[in-house]
Design a protein. Structure first.
Length: 301
């Protein structure tokens, strides 16, 4: 729990407006129960429309949109500071980021191979392993028991959750003359660009001859499998339990919902939404909206 002043809030969030000022410092973060006049929270307009608020509710401060003020008109505001911002949820997240001190997350506490480099502001937690020929940038957080196998390039400000595995051998085989499965070389490595976040227990296989790539700003949830040779575009969201098979291409700004399977060597165009549990068996053009098994367009209303 931190204490934050209204002056600090105004430094983090530009163009805010004070609709009601009762206090100037607050506990953060907090979602207080009735009677707590110290907490700091946000209320989205859709929530206020659907959920009656006790007019006797007390808090320290609340972030709301301007259009929400009418929904608070019956409120006892004399003990509550109300702050008007453009996006309450985003503003709350930025204040939290401002307050959290990550300075203790630096230094190498796991194993790093002598042929690999790690930025001086990066952190490798106890039990984690960085193998040969890896390059890790600045501000990277590698949490406990992560394996970075080999030939992995990680940009700046990347976070990798506990027990994830990056850059191990992809699943690729070729039949020999006797019909036996012969392992195909998997030496392409992995490239993870700036600002990527990878959740717990996620695996990203190294490519065969070319790297598996996760581009700038993409966020990957827990328990996701990304096979060899996949390329995921910028600012995508890949949610828990998804399986992205080999050599798939996913465009920028795509949303891959929980439990999705995308068959090998397909393309998902930019700005697409692949819904809960969809099984994608054909390439999707940009701005697709699909769901189901096999994946199909949302039914028209």
């Amino acid at each position: 729990m931190h204490r934050i002043t209204l002056q600090e809030v105004s430094e983090v969030i530009p163009n805010l407006t004070i609709a009601n000022l009762a206090k100037s410092d607050f506990n953060f973060p907090s979602f207080p129960s009735a009677g707590d006049s110290e907490g700091f929270l946000f209320l989205e307009h859709g929530y206020l429309e659907k959920t009656p608020i006790d007019p006797n509710q007390l808090w320290g401060a609340c972030l709301v949109e301007e259009k929400s003020l009418t929904l608070l008109s019956q409120f006892h505001k004399e003990n509550n500071t109300i702050i008007v911002v453009e996006n309450p949820k985003l503003s709350f997240a930025r204040i939290y980021e401002y307050l959290v001190d990550g300075s203790e997350l630096n230094g190498i506490h796991g194993f790093v191979h002598p042929s690999s480099t790690v930025g001086i502001t990066s952190y490798v937690a106890t039990g984690s392993y960085v193998g040969a020929n890896c390059k890790i940038g600045e501000g990277v957080i590698i949490q406990q028991n992560v394996t970075i196998s080999q030939n992995v390039e990680i940009g700046n400000n990347v976070t990798i959750g506990p027990s994830s595995v990056i850059g191990t051998k992809g699943f690729g085989y070729v039949k020999d003359e006797n019909g036996k499965n012969l392992s195909f070389p998997q030496v392409g490595g992995v490239v993870i660009e700036d600002g990527v976040e990878i959740g717990c227990n996620t695996s990203i296989d190294g490519g065969a001859l070319l790297p598996t790539i996760v581009r700038r700003g993409t966020k990957i949830d827990n328990l996701v499998h990304i096979a060899h040779g996949v390329e995921i575009g910028e600012d995508c969201l890949v949610i828990a339990g998804s399986i992205i098979c080999g050599s798939v291409r996913i465009g920028n700004n795509c949303w891959i919902a929980p439990g999705v399977i995308i068959r090998e060597q397909l393309t998902v165009g930019e700005d697409s939404f692949v819904g809960l549990g969809a099984v994608v068996t054909k390439s999707l053009p940009p701005r697709s909206r699909v769901i189901g098994n096999p994946a199909r367009n949302f039914p028209s209303k």
